[in-house]
Design a protein around this ligand. Structure first.
Ligand code: HEM
Length: 390
């Protein structure tokens, strides 16, 4: 292996570790630490802003959009605990105004709680659904982002991805379950009767970021700040610039969530080799397997790999978390995917549920049922902050 390649590989590995919160930023901390927090996330938790120029700078719309928009922290590291809170708007008078005010002040709410343990790296990203956009954002003059629409049901011959209600998503994450709990409590207090809860799922880290099927989940995520920005942030050249400006979409992301439950008994009846062929990676050491021939049954990782007609590969950023309870017999994966283009995730779902070629659906679905499905747009932090000015 030549020096350039080995340096690049070492850099990729350290970028990934850094995103997982395992490796600290900066050369003086260039070692794997048992601590589950990077110095960067501690700094952010404490001061609500990013470290000055380092290799792991936060994602920014600037890196590919030449604007001064500050994104929400969709790139926050994977943590020990996460709460996925999906809400619907009620008809109570002033509901939209209350929500606007809470969203405009979400950073202050975050500070209220995060100051109590800066090492916990509390972060919350907020997304708004298509119907709610008309009620919350349209009155302050923000048109709907070009691709935003409710989750479209994907019906395969055997499995279906359902579409379920959701006007708002709060993706709350930190190293501590109690911090997430406290943030959620204060958030729901502030929202009052303007919302009702459609779904609340508590996710947890399972060993070395494994899903409950036993596989390491998240490996193929973009890792560097540039890769993440490119994969998840809407850029100013993603459409007509005047149209985009009217939506405030630049620096935002589309996010899709689905709650899956697994049939563990059936999954465990498979050999490890059969499970590995379904996922497309080895179970023990997470090594990628070769793709199957085009006409053959494809692995999950191949069906979820999207290349457009020009040969460009489109990544998304997944922050999936296991959830469930052995006592109630529930074993699940909460899928959450952030993307610059909604069509990329929609194409993944079509390939998984309908199959490629059609009929050869993702065998992961024979052991995993989607219970929910919703789409949201995560506006930039700048757009959120300006919401209070009506
Ligand atoms: C039951 C739910 C799911 C489970 C347990 C699961 C698990 C996994 C695992 C273990 C991998 C391989 C390691 C990695 O790169 O992360 C993977 C890859 C991937 N999954 Fe999933 N996944 C689920 C649902 C989904 C859904 C619904 C999507 C998209 C709509 C998706 C998109 C991807 C992508 C983009 C990759 C990387 C593919 C590549 O290597 O290029 N997954 N998933």
């Amino acid at each position: 292996m030549n020096l350039v390649r080995s340096t690049t590989l070492a850099k990729q590995r350290s970028d990934t570790l850094r995103r997982l919160g395992i490796l600290a930023s900066g050369p003086q901390f260039f070692a794997v630490r048992p601590l589950h927090l990077s110095r960067r996330s501690v700094f952010q938790a404490r001061f609500g802003q990013s470290l000055p120029l380092t290799a792991s700078m936060p994602v920014s719309a600037d890196s590919h959009a030449h604007s001064r928009v500050e994104p929400q922290r969709v790139d926050a590291p994977l943590t020990q605990s996460a709460t996925f809170l999906v809400l619907t708007l009620t008809d109570s008078p002033g509901a939209a105004k209350t929500v606007r005010s809470v969203l405009a002040n979400i950073t202050d709410l975050n500070k209220n709680v995060s100051i109590r343990d800066p090492f916990a790296a509390l972060n919350c990203t907020v997304g708004i659904g298509a119907d709610a956009w008309d009620r919350i954002m349209a009155p302050v003059g923000l048109l709907k982002p070009p691709e935003l629409h409710p989750f479209r049901v994907v019906r395969g011959a055997v499995h279906t991805a359902p579409s379920t209600p959701g006007d708002l998503i709060f993706h709350i994450r930190s190293e501590r379950r109690d911090m997430n709990f406290e943030f959620e409590r204060q958030l729901l207090d502030a929202l009052g009767d303007s919302v009702s809860v459609a779904d609340e799922t508590i996710g947890f880290r399972y060993f070395d970021v494994r899903d409950l099927l036993g596989f390491v989940d998240g490996t193929a995520n973009p890792a560097t700040a540039t890769q993440i920005s490119k994969a998840v942030l809407v850029a100013s050249d993603d459409g007509d610039s005047a149209d985009l400006a009217a939506t405030g979409a630049v620096g935002g992301s589309y996010v899709v969530v689905q709650k899956y439950v697994h049939d563990m008994k059936a999954w465990r009846s498979l050999s490890s080799e059969a499970q590995e062929a379904i996922i497309g990676r080895t179970k023990w050491d997470n090594v990628e397997l070769a793709d199957a021939d085009d006409s053959k049954q494809k692995a999950h990782k191949t069906l979820a790999n999207i290349t457009d007609d020009d040969g460009t590969e489109h990544s998304i950023l997944r922050d999936n978390m296991p959830f469930g309870s052995p006592a109630s017999g529930q074993f699940g994966t909460y899928f959450i995917g952030y993307s610059r283009h909604l069509w990329v995730i929609e194409r993944m779902l079509e390939r998984m549920f309908i199959g490629d070629p059609p009929g050869l659906h993702d065998r992961l679905l024979d052991y995993s049922s989607a219970l929910t499905g919703s789409v949201f747009f995560v506006p930039s932090a700048t757009t959120l902050q300006n919401l209070d000015k009506d």
